[in-house]
Ligand binder design. Structure first.
Ligand code: ZN
Length: 299
């Protein structure tokens, strides 16, 4: 698939492509090949939502103060190589909000408060940013932060009276490897169409970029990313007889089951969640102060 063709499928004729990335490595893990392919011709910005972190795959680093600046450095270097800009929105990740197992814990009252704050932040960022396409995580794997980002996007896109950017869902790697995306698509609440981006020419560079994330990404994760990309290639090109790699995206196409009044469309319209003044006051007093740091990538 040629990049220009991909972008026309996205509907991106103007404006930026914005990736909502729950954590400091998700955009590269899930979309690294797509970003490498498209960043030469289009402005791309990654918005890291839960960029406050103490998480590391190394036990000795875990919980330490050095983890967050280290992770931001990893993300900054990776973004330069991917050719994208990055914003750190400064929300605390699940472990900093008291979760012990963010992939199994239920969404709690604090999470719902954070959801409102994230939605408010994203809403103000979307205003006037000229966003043409918004890439949203599908929430595969049930990590509470990934689910909150997906739900925040759904909420804010229902509020703007049809001026929303085009929405494309992406699969959360490595969680999607070995799972069925269709069951996760059901949680989106509508029908989606698969779109395969051929990342074969960019795969080596994607894997090199992933190795920058030393605090998070180990050999097993790299293997899972490769395995899923191979599977997606085979799905798209079953008879090609050659090896290749794809990233699979999902385009919301409308209500599940055309003509069914009971089936909600994927994003529009969802129940509108306004942001009441009382919640704004809660945000001020919550100790959570979303801040934005912008690192401009090469153009
Ligand atoms: Zn994540």
């Amino acid at each position: 698939m040629d990049p220009a063709g991909s972008m026309s499928v996205f509907g991106l004729r103007r404006g930026k492509l914005v990736v909502l990335s729950p954590h400091l490595d998700d955009a590269a893990l899930s979309l690294g090949g797509t970003l490498l392919t498209l960043s030469r011709s289009h402005p791309i910005v990654v918005w890291n939502v839960f960029s406050r972190s103490r998480a590391s795959r190394y036990r000795t680093l875990r919980g330490g103060r050095i983890v967050e600046p280290w992770r931001r450095m990893e993300e900054t270097v990776a973004s330069l190589l991917l050719g994208v800009s990055v914003r750190f929105l400064g929300f605390p990740e699940a472990m900093l909000r008291g979760h012990r197992d963010p992939r199994r814990d239920a969404v709690n009252a604090t999470d719902l408060q954070v959801l409102q704050q994230v939605r408010h932040r994203l809403s103000s960022l979307l205003t006037g940013e000229g966003v043409g396409v918004l890439l949203v995580p599908l929430g595969v794997g049930s990590h509470v932060d990934h689910v909150l980002v997906r739900e925040a996007a759904k909420g804010l896109l229902s509020q703007d009276g049809g001026r929303s950017p085009a929405v494309v869902m992406y699969e959360d790697l490595p969680y999607v490897e070995g799972t069925d995306s269709f069951e996760w698509l059901a949680t989106v609440g509508g029908s989606c169409e698969a779109m395969y981006v051929d990342i074969s020419p960019a795969m080596v560079r994607k894997l090199l970029v992933l190795r920058i994330y030393r605090t998070q990404v180990g050999p097993n994760t790299i293997r899972r990313v490769q395995k899923h990309a191979t599977k997606c290639w085979m799905e798209k090109h079953p008879d090609s007889g050659r090896r290749g790699y794809c990233e699979r995206l999902w385009l919301p196409t409308g209500p599940r089951g055309a003509g069914s009044s009971s089936a909600p469309p994927p994003f529009h319209p969802l129940p509108t969640a306004t942001f009441p003044p009382s919640s704004a006051r809660q945000l001020e007093g919550s100790g959570i102060s979303p801040r934005v740091v912008t690192v401009e990538g090469p153009r």
